[in-house]
Design a protein around this ligand. Sequence first.
Ligand SMILES: Cc1cc2nc3c(=O)[nH]c(=O)nc-3n(C[C@H](O)[C@H](O)[C@H](O)COP(=O)(O)OP(=O)(O)OC[C@H]3O[C@@H](n4cnc5c(N)ncnc54)[C@H](O)[C@@H]3O)c2cc1C
Length: 518
Amino acid sequence: METKKIAIVGAGISGLLACKYTLSKGLQPIVFESQTCIGGVWTKTLETTKLQTPKPAYQFSDFPWPDSVTEDFPDAHQVLEYIESYASCFDLHKHIKFSIRVLSIGYGGPPDEEMMSWSLWGGDGRPFGSGGKWKIRVQDCLSLQTETYEANFVILCIGRFGGIPNIPEFPPNRGLEAFHGKVIHSMDYAAMDNQAAREFVRGKKVVVVGLQKSALDIAMECSTVNGVERPCTVLYKTEHWNLPDYLPWGMPLERLYLNRVSELLVHKPREGLLLSLSATLLSPLRWAVSKFVESGIKQKLPLKKFGMVPKHSFLRDISSCLVSTVPKKFYDRVEEGSIILKKAPAFGFCKNGISIDGEIEPLNSDLVILATGFRGEKKLLDVFESQLLRDCLSGSPNSIVPLYRECLHPRIPQLAVIGFSESIANLYTSEIRCRWLAELLTGTFKLPSVKKMEEDIEEWHKYMKRSSGQNSKRSCIGALHIWYNDQLCIDMGWNPKRKKGFFAELFEPYGPTDYLSP
Ligand SMILES: Cc1cc2nc3c(=O)[nH]c(=O)nc-3n(C[C@H](O)[C@H](O)[C@H](O)COP(=O)(O)OP(=O)(O)OC[C@H]3O[C@@H](n4cnc5c(N)ncnc54)[C@H](O)[C@@H]3O)c2cc1C
């Protein structure tokens, strides 16, 4: 029988996991990576970037962190070394083609109309059912020569946090062109070597736009270089419950949000009557847990003093995967005046800096660093040659990228996307998704009908809209890790209950090692 060829795009953690688990099932993966090394986002971070997720939740289930890494939040070098040793341990490098960028992928199979009329994925519900093949057009980043590969299945692991920067839209005549200073995106700053980055900001009036991890880290670096003489301003739209640590009032956060009892408090997609009733009856407790965490954060960080108390709940932020860790001593810098926090719901550029709506004086600046995230959805859609497939994935302007089990589109055959939907511990989530996919590819289970998959996606989207509101496009499963994993376990024929004993099952936090073996 012909060995099925699997093309994997990207060699970050998702691509490596996809490679490892397809190999383990006897499939033939080939990984295309545009960079010269593995590790994805971890190859280009700021000097000060650390893991935000506690180490035990961000680990490969069968490959513990080495004893030499004693920190709970290792730095980016340690994360990269860990990823490197994982790839070496499972001999993954030889399956990767480095410096090869995938320009586009096109599906060669039955005509579009036939594909769109299928009631089962790929026509008959099997992973290679339709017999079609993907054509993968690649370019060598050094010689610029292009080539086309064929594969029976494509796994897109191109990441959400890189590639195409998200540049906010500005009012007419108040865009970037109005400004006489310099504007860069955080990814350009992260790409500089550390010394160059320090020299770049030295002596400049810097404004950092954003309030997530990169923004906070960049502001810290600027304030280290420029001190109080040239304070760095952080311009943000909305306050968030960024964490000083994972121990509100000394209670490990995973005991409040990563065990089954915490998920009992939340309405879940496709829950039965009993679970729905318990989530409704326990809603005061849900509120109380969120308040408990919020008060724990306020006890450690002077949010009130600096007008940084969010109007929404902590639950909303964690459900939207919008909780960054605040660098140590960040608020000391705010206190001393080397970092200034400034709220600006709407702003544009002017000749000398930034003009904030409702304020007369502009915020003078020499350099603006936009830590405004990435356009992960555009990066994903741009890979497809076919407009029809792009339309399938994008849906309507406000819709969330529709992926069944956050992995595959019911109407796009022989293709999976890993690492698009977010979680609090993305390695953990990518690993179980890759295992699920490997089981699907080798026939352990079959997918339900297209209609059923679409209904399921719709239920998850309703949940995401309810729990994350305007941030629902992040497709975050942060507050429902276990419930989500349960669905994958059931598909694979695994027992979703991974703990020993009733109380452990309810109260013990779940993590990657709970899914070590089927
Ligand atoms: C600064 C920072 C800190 C973070 N901290 C955490 C954290 O603490 N906890 C957490 O859970 N998550 C964190 N994340 C999220 C992080 O993105 C994930 O944890 C994870 O590393 C994503 O891995 P990935 O493989 O899915 O994507 P990526 O790491 O983005 O890898 C994608 C790979 O695909 C390659 N690629 C893309 N397009 C193409 C193409 N067309 N052709 C060939 N190759 C291509 C890229 O070069 C890249 O190597 C952080 C992200 C950033 C940016």
